[in-house]
Design a protein around this ligand. Sequence first.
Ligand code: ATP
Length: 269
Amino acid sequence: SRAKKYGKENRVSTTFGDVAGHEEAKKELIEVVDFLKNPQKYVGIGAEIPKGVLLVGPPGTGKTLLARAVAGEADVPFYTVSASEFMEMFVGVGASRVRTLFDDARKSSPSIIFIDEIDSIGRKRGAGIGGGHDEREQTLNQILSEMDGFDKGTSVIVMAATNRPDILDPALLRPGRFDRQVTIDLPNMKEREAILKVHMRNKPLSGSVDVVELSKSTPYFSGADLKNLVNEAALEAARVNKSQIDMNDFYRALDKITLGLENGSLTIT
Ligand code: ATP
C-alpha cells in the first residue's frame, strides 16, 4: 500500500490463512518459510539458501500481505521499508539506513527484510533523465553489497515488491540476489469471492448479501479494492444506524467506488 511504513515487527500474526487466493504464490513461499524455519537442513547438505525473492504484481494485490504472512508462518521478525522513502533522504543517508537495516536483521536472523516499491530505487542505473541520481545509486549499491555479503549461514531473506519488473536494473536479478520471482496477479472471480469472504469475517451481514454476485460485479478489482468495498458498505450501513450490512449497502458502495474510478481518483492498473 502507499502508506509510509518502516520498522520492525517482532511477532507477526499474519498467516497464509489471511491471504485469499494466490495458491501458486503460497506454494512457492512455503519453501521460503522452510528455509527460515530449518536453515540447517539446507546448509547441512551444502545448499545455499536463496537470499532474495521478488514479488511481482499490480498495486493492492497483497504483496505486502504475503511477505508478512511468510514472516508470521515462519515466526521470524519482519523488517519493512518502502524504497520510495530513501528517495526523500539526504545524500548518504539512504545507504547508511540500508546498512543499519541489514545489520539489525542479521542480528535477529532468521528474519525477513521486506522492501516495498523496489523499482523506485532499483531502476536501471544511469537510465534516468539527466543521468544518474547519486543518492538512488548509492542506496541501490548498498543493498546489492549487503546481499552479496551475507555469510552462508545467515538466514536473512530479502523480499521485495514491484509492479515494474521490466525497468529493474539487471544487477538486482542476478543469481544470489533477487533470483526468484513470484507473480501476484489480480484476482479472478473465484478469488475475489474468497477475498471478500476474508474481509466479511467478523462483520454483521444480512442474509441478502450475495458474495457470488458481488464477485461477478467487481472485475479488475484488486484485493485492496475489495477490502475497501466491504468497508464502504459497512460505512453505508452505519451511516443510517443499521445493525447489519445488507446487499443495498454493497450496491451503494459499489456505485460510489465505480464513480471514483471514472473520475480517476482510484487507480487500477
Ligand atoms: P502495493 O503494491 O500497493 O504495496 P500490495 O500488493 O503490497 O500493494 P497489500 O498492501 O498487501 O498490497 O494489500 C492491501 C490490503 O488489501 C491488504 O492489507 C489486505 O487487507 C487486502 N488484500 C489484498 N490482497 C488480498 C488477498 N489476496 N486476500 C486478502 N486480503 C487482501
